[in-house]
Design a protein around this ligand. Sequence first.
Ligand SMILES: *[C@@H]1O[C@H](CO)[C@@H](O)[C@H](O)[C@H]1NC(C)=O
Ligand SMILES: *[C@@H]1O[C@H](CO)[C@@H](O)[C@H](O)[C@H]1NC(C)=O
Length: 341
Amino acid sequence: MRWSVAFVLPLLPLSVLAGKFHESSLRSRHAGHARIIKARNNTGASKFTLTDMYTGESFLDDWDFFSGEDPTHGNVNYLTKEDAIGKALAFVQADGTTVLKVDDFSNVAEGGNRDSVRISTKKTYNGGLFIADFWSMPHGCSVWPAYWSVGPNWPAAGEIDVLEGVHEQEANQYTLHTSAGCEIGATFERNSALSTILNDQCASSGADNRGCGFRDPDFQTYGHAFNLLAGGVFAHLWDNSGIKIWRFLRPSIPADITAKTPDPSTWGTPAAFFPATNCDMASHFFDHSLVLDTTICGDFGGPTYAGSGCPGTCAQAVANATNFKFATWQINYIAVYDPSH
Ligand SMILES: *[C@@H]1O[C@H](CO)[C@@H](O)[C@H](O)[C@H]1NC(C)=O
Ligand SMILES: *[C@@H]1O[C@H](CO)[C@@H](O)[C@H](O)[C@H]1NC(C)=O
């Protein structure tokens, strides 16, 4: 979620939004397919043991709602669990899908704050295989969503940004933030990841908090185009050898992921790869909670607004409820597997 101007992406012309496809029509398609999947023991070749399955009715019980001021200076009021549920900005559908929304119905003054939701897992992790299946993700002028994980005392315990962007961006970016002494490194082999390196220094501070990151070359890995395909899966493997992140759009999710017997060795080249060669994993990444949030403008959305193709200013965009019509996470499930044999 920490961000700097160096990561600005080419943004989607708004004319694309005028196309004949409408994301709201996907909702009915979801309903027939999604099912609540219960945790069960692995069978078959997978070396990974399912430890946590965030889905269905219990989803919101397993995450804390953060209701303080947005640390990234966005124009949001993060709601308590009670308020978020009361205003229908957080709920679980009958098909097991968890929905997290930004208020798209209230009048808000220019430069004011709009109600939104930021949640993090009660459980913390020191590695694992994390598989997140989203039917849709938030996007829109001024909208800055992220699916990420972070440890205490930033940046001492590190941050892993798996899915993040702003406005009508088309391609995802993958970023790490750490304390000093972590980089992608000169020995990195270009063909070990599908994405392009944006910056190779992971160490982040107030003076330079870009972190190390990759930009995905696939323009369906974020926002509108991602949602038109009914989303997909972001999977990341965090172990002593580094962090690998794969993404699969809905039509090409590997069968072993769907079967809950994941075998990353069969998934091909990851979208992003942060090797441990120049970064000791255990001392740079620990005690992470998974986080899902949607903020507005702020440290990322504010400075990039003028180049986004969106009308007016970011402060004006907050006031226009229409911008938040698609600022919605629809989460099928997030599964966590223990990589120990
Ligand atoms: C998984 O296997 C263990 C050991 O065989 C057993 O104790 C546990 O109840 C099983 N869990 C499920 C969800 O079936
Ligand atoms: C409000 O936002 C929508 C969607 O971005 C846009 O089409 C519309 O022109 C905006 N209205 C105003 C008054 O800015």
